[in-house]
Design a protein around this ligand. Structure first.
Ligand code: OGA
Ligand code: MN
Length: 294
């Protein structure tokens, strides 16, 4: 099968044209797509028509299909897990039935983040297929964290080498959770290296984000906040960001280890519906391990 790759941005994102991904793909095609994905971090396929089985078949070409983030700790009073909580398919949607959202991350703006960086094994990749989109807004922005790392001045590279940061998430989408209001053990959290080594490319990528990164190990909160704020100048540098304007029938897949993503605000009264699946991941490799590789 032949397809063409069209860069959408100098650093982040490419569109694949000429493929109907609802159909089975041969090995050579999958291999070539994988290289395009590693090179561009985000692949966009437009004009697709996928039911959940076709989406799942496509996702399976990339690895083991992931299940949703671990259940919230039992004591969390706001836990939302229903009978299908561990299912492989989930919806990102603001649509409500009997007042309850049918999916997660329902409304409005969502700050930059890595999916599941608050867990031991963040998913390797995420796949979002658009079924309904608002007329304006609800765009998804992606940024290249290899490039963000490479752009850091040596002073900042030295400050974060060998350090970990506490990653936490609990439903809040457009501010950092106020940890003073919670007990950490009631929240999904994990200490992650601030710089990771990508398992396939061997490259270093910055692994901090505004939504989930809380405190750098070994620093007090003020020092940590100042350092993180400096790093966000690089991670959220507009020069690194590709902003995707959705149409129904778009399938986007992103490399969740070397990119961050965010969502712009959109009108509450307009429907947005995305079907989401993931590829499971492994523990994150700190950049300073295997320093001889790549
Ligand atoms: C996600 C996510 C952004 C969006 O599915 O992990 O962050 O645009 N979605 O809905
Ligand atoms: Mn996300």
């Amino acid at each position: 099968m032949t397809f063409t790759v069209h860069k959408l941005h100098p650093h982040t994102g490419a569109e694949i044209r000429g493929l109907d991904i609802s159909q089975p793909l041969d090995d050579a095609t999958v291999k070539a797509l994988r290289q395009a994905w590693l090179d561009n971090l985000v692949l966009v396929y437009r004009g697709q028509s996928l039911d959940k089985y076709q989406q799942r078949r496509f996702v399976e070409y990339w690895g083991e299909v992931g299940s949703r983030a671990n259940k919230l700790p039992a004591k969390n009073p706001r836990k939302m897990d229903g009978p299908d909580y561990d299912s492989e398919e989930m919806f990102i949607s603001n649509i409500r039935q009997e007042g309850k959202p049918i999916g997660v991350l329902p409304d409005g703006e969502l700050w930059f983040h890595h999916d599941m960086c608050y867990s031991e094994r963040p998913n390797r990749a995420s796949f979002l297929f658009s079924l309904e989109v608002p007329a304006t807004g609800g765009n998804t922005k992606f940024a290249n964290m290899y490039q963000a790392y490479d752009n850091l001045p040596q002073r900042l590279k030295d400050r974060i080498e060998g350090r970990r940061v506490l990653q936490v998430f609990d439903e809040v989408q457009d501010s950092r959770l106020d940890l003073a209001q919670y007990r950490l053990e009631d929240l999904k959290h994990w200490n992650q290296p601030m710089v990771l080594r990508h398992p396939e490319t061997g490259r270093r990528a910055l692994y901090v984000n505004r939504l989930m990164s809380h405190i750098v190990e070994g620093l007090d909160q003020a020092e940590s906040d100042a350092l993180l704020e400096e790093l966000y100048e690089y991670t959220e540098d507009p020069a690194l960001v590709y902003e995707h304007v959705w149409k129904p029938g778009d399938l986007l897949m992103w490399d969740n280890l070397c990119s961050i993503h965010a969502r712009t605000d959109f009108p509450k009264e307009e429907r947005r519906l995305m079907r989401r699946m993931t590829i499971a991941g492994a523990p994150v490799i700190p950049a300073w391990e295997n320093a001889t590789a790549a």
